[in-house]
Write a protein that binds this ligand. Structure first.
Ligand code: S3P
Length: 173
């Protein structure tokens, strides 16, 4: 476990990072920060709009900026966007700044949970499940490479997942 302070939730879109992040933050008495919302504040526009107008590269730059700015924040639970692990500098920052929890989900369950994917530009369109399958396959090893703990979310409620993380954090402290 890292000496730093945040608890980062990483994993694919639809893994439940935002929902579990809020629950976990409540349980352990911390603030929950949603990295996508921090990016939107920097951009002054919703995520889908940043992709549309400025492209994925610009989104990734803002994502790195938002992540690095967390170094100035008090210990929080941070729900990261699914692509945060793509840049090596982000992976190093996650490891340096906190404990990383990988919430695992299958591509099929992720797509089913997400439903309307208009706010997820990488999954919107008729080939959503196909896109999810190949993106997840490409990222799985990156999620694992940063993870201090891996929690399987398939078939579990957000409350159950949160309880598992809380117990694991307690046993590590
Ligand atoms: C992305 C995941 C999204 C958001 C953006 C890109 C990704 O966040 O950051 O659409 O590359 O997986 P969620 O995982 O919270 O949906």
């Amino acid at each position: 476990m890292s000496t730093a302070t945040h608890v980062f939730l990483v994993g694919f879109m639809g893994a439940g990072k935002t929902t579990v992040g809020r629950l976990l933050a409540d349980r352990i008495g911390r603030r929950c920060i949603d990295l996508d919302r921090a990016i939107e504040r920097l951009a002054g526009a919703p995520v889908a709009r940043v992709f549309e107008l400025e492209g994925e590269d610009r989104f990734r730059e803002l994502e790195t900026q938002a992540l690095l700015e967390l170094g100035h924040e008090p210990a929080s639970v941070v729900a990261c966007g699914g692509g945060v692990v793509l840049r090596p500098e982000n992976r190093a920052a996650l490891k340096r700044m906190g404990t990383v929890v990988y919430l695992q989900v299958t591509a099929g369950e992720a797509v089913a949970r997400i439903g309307d994917a208009t706010s997820r530009p990488l999954l919107s369109g008729p080939a959503g499940t196909l896109a999810a399958t190949s993106l997840l396959a490409a990222r799985e090893s990156l999620y694992r490479s940063v993870a201090d703990m891996v929690v399987d979310t398939v078939g579990k409620t957000p409350g159950t997942v949160t309880g598992e993380i809380e117990s694991a954090l307690e046993s590590e402290s």
